[in-house]
Design a protein around this ligand. Structure first.
Ligand SMILES: [Zn+2]
Ligand SMILES: [Zn+2]
Length: 325
């Protein structure tokens, strides 16, 4: 397969951790992966893709955090330093973190405990112990982001809880979800494929939590601008003309006009009442006489103004009216 392979997925996932607000047992995730290249331009592209997606949804005030986790050349020396530091501060760490010192000290950065966070603020940071390759890689990522005028904050504590990350990690925070809740994040995983027995294959990707994203979009008020468009209601004076009316209904929809018809066998008067209540902008009357004369009446529901047009021109006229509105 030609590389890099770029993939996306979305669907339901399950988490083992304790569910909380916006973090359910079953949740939806949108993910993007680029596999096969270790080019820092691809890191920047992934970050940009995520940011632009959020912006397209109307989200503002986002904060982008980035970090580098280095590679296995940087890790052993650093892990020793981190363990030593954590050991010296063992008493100030929570029970879970005390266990993590030996098991996986990097996870100490993820603890939400206030005391642990205080300790970890002064802990040695991997970012300061990178050898040249990883430092250069990180600098290039930053440069590409700057070229695209993407603001970021380097956050050396950002380890994202997953042991497989190498080099770049990133996370986006919405002001509506609090500092602990990223709406999306990801990173590079250059060793992951190898660890699972595959041939050495670098990769980078990110995931977006759909529920948390929805909360952010809703709180931002970005859903408010999506209006429930109701352009045309087709009123049928006589059930015998319904098949013709249905034909016109589909033609209107095909032309990009939001249209509907009565499905409850209402009288003409009741149909008009319904169209009013639902907020349709126009009503088109289709009756046997109209069909015979090939003329239909179009009523502006707001002004009550009514025009008569040739039935063959209906689609075009309605499209022009709706577009102009
Ligand atoms: Zn390295
Ligand atoms: Zn802790």
């Amino acid at each position: 397969m030609p590389q890099p392979v770029k993939l996306y997925y979305m669907g339901p996932m399950f988490r083992y951790e304790r569910p909380q607000a916006g973090r359910y047992r079953q949740f939806w995730q949108i993910g993007v992966e680029a596999i096969g290249s270790d080019d820092p331009a691809l890191d920047a592209e992934s970050i940009l893709l995520m940011i632009n997606y959020f912006k397209s949804l109307g989200l503002k005030g986002l904060t982008l955090y980035i970090n580098s986790m280095g590679c296995d050349k940087d890790r052993p020396k650093y892990m020793e330093l981190l363990r030593e530091y954590a050991e010296a501060n063992r008493k100030r760490l929570c029970k879970d973190c005390q266990k993590r010192i030996d098991l996986n000290p990097l996870r100490l950065f993820d603890c939400k405990d206030e005391s642990c966070q205080l300790v970890m603020k002064d802990a040695p940071k991997l970012l300061n112990y990178l050898e040249e390759d990883c430092r250069k890689h990180f600098n290039m990522v930053k440069r590409y982001l700057e070229m695209q005028k993407i603001e970021y904050i380097v956050k050396p504590e950002l380890v994202r809880g997953l042991d497989y990350y190498t080099k770049t990690t990133f996370e986006v925070i919405s002001p509506f979800l609090g500092a602990q809740n990223a709406i999306g994040g990801g990173g590079r995983y250059d060793k992951l494929v190898e660890e699972f027995g595959g041939s050495p294959t670098p990769g980078i990707g990110f995931a977006i939590g759909t529920e948390r994203l929805a909360i952010a979009v809703e709180k931002e008020g970005a859903f408010d601008s999506i209006e429930d468009r109701m352009d045309v209601f087709i009123a049928v004076a006589d059930q015998s003309t319904k098949p013709n009316a249905i034909d016109i209904l589909y033609a209107l929809r095909e032309a990009g006009i939001s249209a509907d018809i009565d499905y409850m066998g209402r009288s003409l008067k009741a149909q008009l009442k319904y169209a009013n209540r639902r907020g349709f902008k126009y009503t088109v009357f289709i009756g046997p006489e109209e069909l015979e004369k090939k003329r239909v009446a179009v009523r502006n529901m707001e002004t009550g103004e009514q025009i008569e047009i040739n039935i063959d021109e209906l689609i075009k006229v309605m499209r022009d009216i709706v577009k102009a509105a």
